[in-house]
Design a protein around this ligand. Structure first.
Ligand SMILES: CC(C)(COP(=O)(O)OP(=O)(O)OC[C@H]1O[C@@H](n2cnc3c(N)ncnc32)[C@H](O)[C@@H]1OP(=O)(O)O)[C@@H](O)C(=O)NCCC(=O)NCCS
Length: 175
């Protein structure tokens, strides 16, 4: 489903920060900072080239999507490869179900792929993210300490999902 007429996606601007914080508070509650997934993001910046916003025809910010760099470590703690953690993604509650979330996801994933990022993980509902090629990550051996294993999803290189050895996911300045 395309976004409603006049809506557009574009790169986040510096002066969007306050509106994004307000939208995230609305979508996730002000207690969001206590969430485990936020602790992974503390002290690390999101990937600047992948900060996307959605605007309505009046230019008002109605959606946000950011990605964070993560490192995939082996049991020995050595970094095996870098990857992206998708999210948070949020859409203005009044506009839910009108395709803004899908548009943000499609554009964000396309931009990530264009930058060479072929492995993306997120914490969320398979029922929503499955449509974008995400599959449960735990059966592939991914672990994100402190997160529910069944909510950890990944989109692996190649549409078919190449097998990946057992790994640990941790936050790092991997880029
Ligand atoms: C999740 C979210 C980003 C989707 O944005 P959106 O613009 O409403 O999404 P779209 O319009 O593209 O798609 C909506 C569809 O996805 C479905 N959907 C939304 N969230 C879902 C979920 N958690 N599980 C299953 N389906 C979901 C809707 O039912 C709708 O289905 P329909 O088109 O068959 O009616 C938005 O609902 C939101 O901001 N939610 C609160 C924050 C959040 O939960 N973020 C995700 C966790 S990081």
């Amino acid at each position: 489903m395309p976004m409603p007429p006049g809506f557009r996606l574009e790169a986040e601007r510096l002066d969007d920060a306050a509106a994004i914080d307000a939208l995230l508070d609305l979508a996730f509650g002000v207690a969001r900072h206590a969430k485990r997934s936020y602790s992974y993001r503390r002290d690390v910046d999101s990937v600047a080239a992948l900060r996307l916003v959605a605007r309505d025809p009046a230019g008002r910010l109605v959606g946000t999507l950011r990605f964070w760099p993560i490192a995939i470590e082996g049991d020995d703690g050595a970094v095996r490869r870098s990857a992206l953690l998708l999210g948070p993604i949020a859409v203005e509650p009044d506009l839910k179900g009108q395709g803004v979330g899908r548009a943000l996801m499609a554009e964000g994933l396309a931009r990530a792929a264009a930058l060479g990022h072929d492995l993306v993980l997120l914490v969320g509902d398979l029922a929503y993210y499955g449509q974008f090629g995400f599959v449960p990550a735990a059966p592939l051996g991914f672990v994100m300490p402190g997160e529910q294993p069944d909510r950890l999803l990944c989109r692996v290189p190649g549409a078919g999902g190449a097998p990946i050895p057992g790994v640990l996911v941790s936050m790092a300045n991997a880029h």
